[in-house]
Design a protein around this ligand. Structure first.
Ligand code: NAD
Ligand code: IPM
Ligand code: MN
Length: 347
């Protein structure tokens, strides 16, 4: 049956990289007999400009009734003083769709090894996944602000922690069988509960090793000993920060995709980076983060493992061929990189 994919291009480099991702999807679809239709909807700053709100009702309704959602990026300095910022639309979308499980894989393509700012021996064997809780924590607690005082509340219930820890254990079971649960248990009450829940869930997974780490030292170990990790699971804010940090391993945010899953309903696929206002409109953004998000969608929403593999192989080959955008130290444009990836599909 024809799959319904809602596309949210958003702001900054969003429309450029979305176009690239959709070109690759169009090229791979006939090779795997994948039938789909796309619906583009306003979102983020673009929706503020068009409709006055970053998440219009029509966009939310389309997203809810889709089979999967592709999102490029939102935000930009022109919206810093907006009554409702583009980022608020993204948080509302995640909450409305119940997208609590954000999966951010960190692997280093063979061709990128010599481009990493880290020594080759440090990044050898790096292959881990950051599992970020996405609909709770300090992002969604009470916020208040006046000129004298500000407050952001960090709440987590047992159930919210349990379900994300289970996602991490399930993923670990299918790969390296190790979960690193990251918290700030020496200070925060939410982290004390987090650790208790992680221990309880671990009893159901005797085949998977659980270790705990404090977020400050883990931030250091992720860079000094990155090959030690298999699945890292953590709360919303820590996961946001650690996943951007992990992009130092391949050397750029421009190659980092993600998937966000709910208990029921459509999943959403998006790069982990933002709208990159500093390079928007120049045609030099790296489209790989979006293209690999398309691959994750094919695999995780539609079971199209072969199509996902075709895309990943084409990306690897393109990088090995030395087609590199500016963030990777090259001078290929976004269009050149996208065409090269399409030409490398199934060769
Ligand atoms: P950013 O991730 O947009 O950019 C950080 C740096 O990485 C910039 O130098 C940028 O040029 C570079 N970069 C990011 N993606 C790239 C790509 N595909 N190719 C090449 N270089 C790339 O972070 P920022 O500048 O702090 O934030 C800009 C805006 O994006 C803010 O409004 C922020 O709130 C928003 N944001 C949105 C999302 C999202 O849509 N999911 C995620 C993060 C940030
Ligand atoms: C991300 C982004 C968002 C987040 C912002 C734009 C709200 O940084 O997807 O990582 O903090 O979750
Ligand atoms: Mn982020």
């Amino acid at each position: 049956m024809t799959k319904k994919i809602v596309t949210l291009a958003g702001d900054g480099i969003g429309p450029e990289i979305m176009a690239a991702g959709l070109q690759v999807l169009e090229a791979v679809a006939p090779k795997i007999n994948f039938e789909y239709e796309t619906k583009a909807r306003n979102f983020g700053g673009a929706a503020i400009d068009a409709d006055g709100h970053p998440l219009p009702d029509e966009t939310l309704a389309s997203a809810k009734s889709s089979d999967a959602i592709l999102l490029a990026a939102i935000g930009g300095p022109q919206y810093n003083d907006a009554e409702v910022r583009p980022e608020q639309g993204l948080l509302e979308l995640r909450k409305e769709l119940g997208l609590f499980a954000n999966i951010r894989p960190v692997q280093i393509f063979e061709a990128l090894k010599h481009l990493s700012p880290l020594k080759a021996e440090i990044i050898e064997g790096v292959d881990f996944v950051v599992v970020r809780e996405l609909t709770g924590g300090i992002y969604f607690g009470e916020h208040s602000l006046n000129k004298q005082f500000a407050r952001d509340v960090n709440d987590y219930s047992y159930e919210e922690i349990e379900r994300i820890i289970r996602v991490a254990f399930d993923i670990a079971r299918g790969r390296g069988k190790k979960v690193t649960s990251v918290d700030k248990q020496n200070v925060l009450a939410t982290s004390k509960l987090w650790r208790i829940v992680a221990e309880e869930v671990a009893k159901d997974y005797p085949d998977v090793q659980l270790e705990h780490a404090l977020v400050d030292s883990l931030a250091m170990k992720m860079i000094t000993n990155p090959s030690d990790f298999d699945v890292i699971v953590t709360e919303n804010l820590f996961g946001d920060i650690l996943s951007d940090e992990s992009s130092v391993l391949p050397g750029t945010l421009g190659v980092m995709p993600s998937a966000s899953h709910a208990q029921n309903g459509p999943s959403l696929y998006e790069p982990i980076h933002g709208s990159a206002p500093d390079i928007a409109g120049l045609g030099i953004a790296n489209p790989i983060s979006m293209i690999l998000s398309v691959a994750m969608m094919l695999r995780e929403s539609f079971g199209e493992t072969t199509g996902a593999q075709y895309i990943e192989d084409a990306v690897n080959k393109t990088l090995l061929d030395g087609v590199l955008t500016k963030d990777l130290g090259g001078n290929a444009s976004l269009d050149e990189m996208t065409s090269a990836i399409i030409n490398n599909l199934c060769v």
